[in-house]
Design a protein around this ligand. Sequence first.
Ligand SMILES: NC(=O)c1ccc[n+]([C@@H]2O[C@H](COP(=O)([O-])OP(=O)(O)OC[C@H]3O[C@@H](n4cnc5c(N)ncnc54)[C@H](OP(=O)(O)O)[C@@H]3O)[C@@H](O)[C@H]2O)c1
Length: 287
Amino acid sequence: MRVTLFGASGLLGQDLVRELNREQNQLTAFSVEDADLRNHARVRNLVRDSRPEWILLLAAYTDVDGCEANRDLAFAVNYEGAVNVAQAAREAGSRLMFLSTDYVFDGSKRSPYETSDARKPIGVYGESKARAEERLLEILPEVCIARTSWLFGHGGKCFPATVLKLASTRPEISVVNDQRGSPTFTRDLASALVELCRASARGIVHVTNSGNCTWYEFATEIVGVSGMPAKVKPVTTAEFPRPARRPAYSVLSPASLHAYNVHMPEWQDALRRYLAGAPAASASVLP
Ligand SMILES: NC(=O)c1ccc[n+]([C@@H]2O[C@H](COP(=O)([O-])OP(=O)(O)OC[C@H]3O[C@@H](n4cnc5c(N)ncnc54)[C@H](OP(=O)(O)O)[C@@H]3O)[C@@H](O)[C@H]2O)c1
């Protein structure tokens, strides 16, 4: 496949670049230094020159709390930037895969969200992504919107890395136990996204590791598998107020993914593979 990727240096981007190169695709990968999504002319020229079959749009302003304080920036990057890429894709005749989020939902359901469920974001980040999804479907009816959640991987800051760091210096860590979702390993996600491109996927597809947990249950598993002595204490979101509200429940149904015959491993299995491949400092805590 001939692929152009925006967001190459991000958490997911690093694994997706590796996955695409492993499969010997013709990849052109851009980071923020190469192309700011807000620069329409630049985005358009880069897409025109690389003539991709697929454009993978991962780049985004992903600081969920930062988005609350910087609404204009959130919309400039996550909405207008995405529209710039979609228009460039239309002009070049390229397919577009747009990475989106479980935060397009309000979290009031208690069963997995289907792709047909109405968007109802409760924060600026989710709102900017939800509006982008709607607009992209208008510009490019064949767009593939891959919604994912709770990413962790070796390419940067993520929840397991933070837990390992805290648990190595404190006897007890407090973690919220009233938000439920599906942790997703960037390596598993990268390989599923490539399969979706090969399958010529279109429309909304939910792509997360299988199973679900609360952040407290996730932290308990991280500490337990790592054999660390730290105790994990369950707390409520109300005890740890943050600038952005998060959905209390954002598990995404895998039905749309299974329709393409793509299946994701359980999150516990993914976590063990993440921990086994963690950098030396973290790996040293493994039993
Ligand atoms: N992380 C999650 O838990 C999660 C959950 C659901 C969905 N997603 C979605 O999945 C995708 C990948 O997430 P991720 O965690 O890998 O994100 P990430 O690590 O934050 O990477 C995003 C990349 O976009 C770049 N970027 C920011 N503003 C830009 C701009 N104006 N123009 C071009 N590039 C820009 C960032 O560069 P700088 O770092 O230099 O700013 C960063 O390298 C995103 O679209 C995100 O919304 C993520």
